[in-house]
Design a protein around this ligand. Structure first.
Ligand SMILES: *Cc1c(COP(=O)(O)O)cnc(C)c1O
Length: 807
């Protein structure tokens, strides 16, 4: 392809505006221009995608199918331009046409087809799979409404719909010619004929699955992959027989029922409710995916007998677990294979990633829901379950282990056990987490089939989360660490370690951070209507609101700082700005109360003159990928303070480390591996370790004793009862921590870790007073973050689980 200059782009943008909007460049709105940019880049990627598909087919490569109910993509315009090597040209073209490039980029809505870390991981892996030239496709649902937009009104979260497609659909290419049919309900008829057992599914309702493809460009490669989002449509707009009888509303019912499947993303993160619509979403996207993959495989190879040699399904948590019975159904009912042949193929083409050990997040479906909605899948599940149970009995001869490992038990279908039985690999997402799976959650399965269990520590797309969002730091790295080499070889970042005693480099590093803080303060003033003090430490906790993540522990510490300032208002102190960002699941009442508390606390502190230029608390509204991209380069302290053993990996921790923030954290998830690389001297570690948490709980944990014994802690907790100037009391949160009501008090051990946390924050503030020391630590954090690039993680999946080649 001829090199693309800003002039070429100007021409292409002008043509798009004319053809798609009947508009001249002069008349075009920013929104139309944003769409025109997306369409121009989409065309370029579409050409490359066709070439990639032809190559994969020609060379008969094994393909990866990354299945996830969530892809938290964020914005794509700058990312795609960057990966296509066209970002400077696009900027120039926009300016030449009289537009402000930054305005156009900021207009793009986030594609928030995910909740948090799990969905963002899938998005980062798409980038790496493409850059590593792995033939891969992502599969999910084309939700009409992404994750809700959060507004804070009178200190409380209000949820608003996220109509992302209004502008965001410019990236989507509908492929109606590749529509699949998915069947729900009905009944199963079995009979023998011509010496064969036949199974017929009848009286079902059909929902059409229409692919809407989003192309994914890799970095410095023409290799292009696809994110295939299935849209749900009814096969006919109305039921004609009902319609002609005058039953107008009834006639459109099936239509509405079908389309509700792709209406909305479930906003619960790490919490599962057994809702029938959610089950339908899962089966809908799984069935459409399996059928479409099998169809393409048959077109290429003429048989499904080698399916497992050419395909692997990676299931991102258990949400797509029905891929196992669906593939069995297709191989047996449609392709006529025997059970044993089908089972061999299935158990050699599915791999499962576990993302949590929290029991409320482990999927269990009521069996009657599956029986009613998916009668054939239910039959297949019963057979899988029976055979697995026999295998377990023959191995252990122990009824407690049979129960623990059962797939169907007590009227429920347990999806994790299904994935273990039907998968070829099971992996956790950090060393600590994978260890807990083997020793604890899945210990019996591990005892029987230890070879299935692996670890792949999570990673992040460092091209997005460093180079693209932190151009100042990118320039410093290029100057010191071999130009742009780190973009494809992230371990090249380690060369920065050589400059730990170079005063000039450390000075440059601190100037970059200062500029980023000022830029974020500017952004916050524009978009959040708050005035930040750039002289203060930017101390940040952004992530979903969850009790185990312990935002409340952070708040208690801030209350203590405030009380100390009240005791001695003249006291000189290092100014600190505490920034929070978090969405709570709409039904998670305690999480919403914690958001309210943080806002009450912020209101109190920000209105108290004794706190001026000393303490500030800000709750940033609507935390999302594009806000993270502004905030993380400006952050100095990264709060990663979950109860040890609860955070499977975390990826927010990696984004901060890569941008030079120092971590205040527990030995949880990937923090453990960060600590291995950094040592005690380059992070602020505190709190109980995972095994100590387990021990303390086993011994009998009594938070009341800590409340009685520690006056500082007691005073902070009592403040929850009193509340703040807005007159709201947080007695309920106090009770949850101290007295307990219908549950054990302080399930996540905030009180047990409080004193150690305060001490770690104190060490952090003291270190900040020594800029040379601080900047050196920051440099070491950036230098050692290469290990947390998604390229490393994806290469591990490719080598040890998928067995596919890569760049
Ligand atoms: C990275 C990311 C997360 C995950 O953060 P954790 O701290 O690992 O929980 C959640 N939401 C968004 C928008 C992110 O970018």
């Amino acid at each position: 392809m001829a090199t693309v200059t800003s002039k070429t782009l100007e021409g292409a943008l002008g043509a798009k505006l004319r053809l798609n909007f009947g508009s001249t460049v002069e008349e075009a709105t920013d929104a139309q221009m944003m769409k025109a940019c997306a369409l121009v880049l989409r065309d370029m990627m579409a050409i490359r995608e066709v070439e990639t598909k032809q190559m994969v087919r020609r060379e008969e490569k094994r393909q990866v199918h990354y299945m996830s109910l969530e892809f938290l993509m964020g914005r794509s315009l700058m990312k795609n331009a960057y990966n296509l090597g066209l970002l400077p040209q696009l900027r120039q073209a926009l300016e030449n046409l009289g537009f402000r490039a930054a305005d156009i980029f900021e207009l793009e809505p986030d594609a928030a087809l995910g909740n948090g870390g799990l969905g963002r991981l899938a998005a980062c892996y798409l980038d790496s799979m493409t850059t590593l030239e792995i033939p891969a496709t992502g599969y999910s649902i084309c939700y009409e409404l992404g994750l809700f937009r959060q507004k804070i009104i009178e200190g409380q979260q209000v949820e608003l719909p996220d109509n992302w497609k209004d502008l965001g659909d410019a990236w989507l290419m509908p492929k109606p010619q590749e529509t699949e049919e998915v069947h729900f309900g009905g009944n199963i008829r079995e009979f023998w004929a011509d010496g064969y057992h036949h199974v017929v599914h009848e009286n079902y309702q059909t929902v059409l699955a229409i692919p809407c493809d989003m192309e994914i460009a890799g970095y410095e490669t023409r290799h292009t992959n696809t994110l295939r989002l299935w849209d749900a449509k009814s096969p006919s707009p109305v039921d004609m027989s009902l319609f002609s009888q005058g039953e107008y509303l009834k006639a459109t019912e099936a239509h509405a029922m079908a389309e509700v499947i792709a209406k909305v993303l479930y906003p619960e993160d790490k919490h599962i409710e057994g809702k029938s619509l959610r089950l339908k979403q899962q089966y809908f996207f799984v069935s459409a995916t399996v059928q479409s993959v099998a169809r393409r495989h048959l077109e290429t190879y003429g048989t499904l007998k080698n399916f497992h040699e050419k395909n692997v399904f990676q299931v991102n948590d258990t949400h797509p677990a029905l891929v196992i019975p669906e593939l069995m159904r297709l191989l047996i009912d449609d392709a006529g294979l025997s059970w044993d042949e089908a089972w061999y193929i299935t158990t050699h083409s599915v791999a499962y990633t576990n993302h949590t050990v929290l029991s409320e997040a482990l999927e269990r479906w009521p069996q009657d829901l599956i029986q009613r909605n998916l009668p054939r899948i239910w039959q297949v599940l019963v057979e899988i379950s029976n055979r697995w149970q026999k295998k377990v009995e023959d191995f252990y001869h122990d009824s407690t282990k049979t129960e623990d490992m059962a797939i169907i038990w007590g009227g429920q279908v347990r999806m994790a056990n299904l994935c273990i039985a039907g998968g070829m690999a099971v992996n956790g997402v950090s060393g600590l987490h994978s260890g807990i799976l083997k020793k604890d959650l899945f210990r019996n399965a591990y005892g029987m089939e230890p070879w299935k269990f692996q670890n792949v520590t999570n990673g992040i797309d460092h091209r997005r989360w460093l180079s693209e969002i932190n151009p100042g730091l990118d320039r410093l790295i290029r100057d010191l660490a071999g130009g742009d080499e780190y973009l494809l070889h992230p371990t090249a970042l380690s060369r920065l370690d050589d400059y730990a005693d170079d005063a000039e480099v450390l000075q440059r590093l601190s100037e970059i951070k200062r500029k980023n803080k000022e830029a974020f303060a500017d952004y916050a003033r524009r978009t959040q209507d708050v005035v930040l003090n750039p002289d203060a430490i930017f101390d940040v906790q952004v992530k979903r609101l969850h009790e185990y993540k312990r935002q409340l522990l952070n708040a208690l510490h801030i209350i203590t700082l405030y009380q100390q300032l009240q005791d001695d208002p003249g006291r000189s102190m290092q100014p600190q700005t505490f920034l929070f960002g978090a969405k709570a699941a709409p039904g998670y009442a305690v999480a919403k109360r914690i958001i309210h508390l943080i806002n009450s606390l912020a209101d109190q502190i920000n209105h108290d003159p004794i706190c001026k230029d000393k303490l500030q608390v800000v709750f940033l509204e609507n935390y999302r990928v594009s806000l993270a991209e502004q905030l993380i380069p400006a952050s100095e302290v990264s709060q990663q303070i979950s109860t040890a053993g609860k955070e499977a990996s975390g990826t927010g921790n990696m984004k901060f480390m890569m941008n030079g923030a120092l971590t205040v954290g527990t030995l949880d998830g990937a923090n453990v591996e960060m600590h291995d690389l950094l040592g005690d001297e380059n992070m602020f570690l505190f709190g109980l370790h995972a095994d100590e948490v387990a021990e303390l709980k086993a011994r009998g944990y009594l938070p009341q004793r800590l409340y009685a014994r520690d006056p500082i802690l007691r005073r902070a907790l009592d403040q929850l009862k009193t509340g703040f100037r807005d007159g709201v009391s947080y007695e309920d949160l106090f009770a949850r921590l101290v007295t307990g009501s219908n549950c054990a008090a302080d399930e996540y051990l905030l009180l047990a870790d409080f004193a150690a946390y305060c001490a770690a924050e104190k060490r952090m503030v003291e270190t900040y007073a020594n800029p040379a020391e601080w900047n050196r630590m920051s440099l070491h954090n950036i230098a050692r973050s290469g290990m947390f690039a998604a390229d490393r993680a994806v290469a591990e999946y490719a080598d040890h689980i998928w067995h596919v080649g890569h760049r």
